[in-house]
Design a protein around this ligand. Structure first.
Ligand SMILES: Cc1cc2nc3c(=O)[nH]c(=O)nc-3n(C[C@H](O)[C@H](O)[C@H](O)COP(=O)(O)OP(=O)(O)OC[C@H]3O[C@@H](n4cnc5c(N)ncnc54)[C@H](O)[C@@H]3O)c2cc1C
Length: 326
């Protein structure tokens, strides 16, 4: 039995979720006493494979072929299928990216299996994994057990595992040349999707005031915007605020938004879901304002105010103005 983590890169750059998935692999490997290997797939991937040799891994597979120069679902499925068979991996983990969503379900079905997607935790029971994933927009956690002897395929949700827990070590690189045939690759790769340039660079901000669903409606956003202005801070938000269109997407902090590390991060009416925390836990000082004393945000906060933001924020603004005037 062994664990294989299939990393993701675009050109010479890693997808940062790959590191979190590698950390998940190491964590589960340590629990089960299983060797963990990583794979990098593409063409001209020597430097990326080399980078992985500095991690605590049994092996680094450099899966290289001319037909893997650009991502295609057929090419990647065939290449990783051959690697899984050759390596004998019993647990195959991926970061839950768009690319993985595209090809990994098809790969899993080649083994008569399914991909357990968007996993937030893995528990081992009787030597078999139980994958935990969110259901109904995060309201419930579901346990997923896959029948059969594996291989088990799972993709890990962004932010669910911490990349800073990655263990260093030394690992050998093993070149793996899959047998691919151009005729069986049906997709024609186009230029990769590029996000438009961001007008707001939250990563450079020293102070950030971030607003969450506690603000209740769009019309109330100016209350928190006034606090940001009084502090000379950038205004940011949790995902539901941006999803609702109350603030632009580029102001979203979290696993699917920006990762920030300001001197001060003030979270106003934000519960502290893991996907938000991963985007701001690097802040030097975290201040939380929340009416629920049990909100997870208080677990990471250096200073906390348990109270109604509609009372606390105006009072804070008044005090800041007084302090500035004196
Ligand atoms: C794949 C995936 C990616 C995600 N990416 C992100 C991401 O990048 N960023 C992100 O933020 N989320 C992300 N999420 C969503 C995340 O799971 C949470 O749903 C979200 O962070 C919750 O936002 P919130 O804290 O504003 O809202 P809620 O969880 O609803 O919390 C609102 C908080 O406001 C408090 N409150 C209510 N009224 C008041 C009041 N009057 N005064 C003071 N406090 C009050 C409540 O006590 C509560 O704690 C992602 C989810 C998934 C599944």
């Amino acid at each position: 039995m062994s664990i294989l983590v299939v990393m993701e890169n675009r050109g010479s750059a890693w997808n940062r979720m790959s590191w979190e998935t590698l950390a998940a692999g190491q964590q589960i490997g340590a629990e089960l006493n299983l060797p963990v290997s990583a794979a990098v797939v593409g063409k001209g991937i020597g430097a990326l494979a080399q980078e992985l040799t500095a991690k605590k891994l049994a092996k680094v597979y450099a899966v290289e072929h001319d037909l893997l120069a650009d991502y295609t679902a057929d090419g990647y499925t065939a290449a990783v299928e051959q690697l899984v068979k050759a390596s004998g991996a019993t647990h195959v983990f991926f970061p839950h990216t768009y690319q993985v969503r595209d090809y990994a379900p098809k790969l899993a079905t080649r083994f008569g299996q399914m991909l357990v997607s968007d996993v937030i935790a893995v528990r081992m029971e009787g030597g078999k994994p139980t994958f935990v994933r969110l259901l109904f927009q995060g309201k419930l956690n579901g346990d997923v057990r896959v029948s059969g002897a594996g291989p088990y395929f799972a993709s890990m949700q962004a932010g669910a595992f911490r990349a800073d827990g990655l263990e260093a070590g030394t690992a050998p690189v093993e070149a793996f040349a899959p047998t691919l045939d151009a005729g069986s690759i049906r997709q024609k790769p186009e230029a990769p999707f590029r996000e438009s340039a961001r007008a707001v660079d939250l990563t450079a901000a020293e102070i950030i005031v971030s607003v969450g669903r506690g603000i209740k409606e769009k019309e109330n956003i100016p209350i928190v915007a006034a606090l940001a202005e009084a502090l000379g801070a950038e205004l940011a938000a949790s995902r539901p605020i941006c999803d609702n269109g109350w603030l632009p997407m580029e102001r979203q902090v979290g696993s699917s938004g920006q990762t920030v590390s300001p001197k001060v991060y003030m979270a106003v009416g934000i519960s502290g879901a893991i996907q938000h925390l991963v985007g701001m836990k690097g802040a030097k000082t975290i201040v939380a304002i929340n009416k629920d004393a049990n909100a997870p945000m208080f677990e990471v906060a250096d200073y906390g105010i348990v109270g109604d933001l509609f009372e606390v924020v105006p009072a804070l603004i008044e005090e800041i103005k007084k302090a500035k005037a004196s």
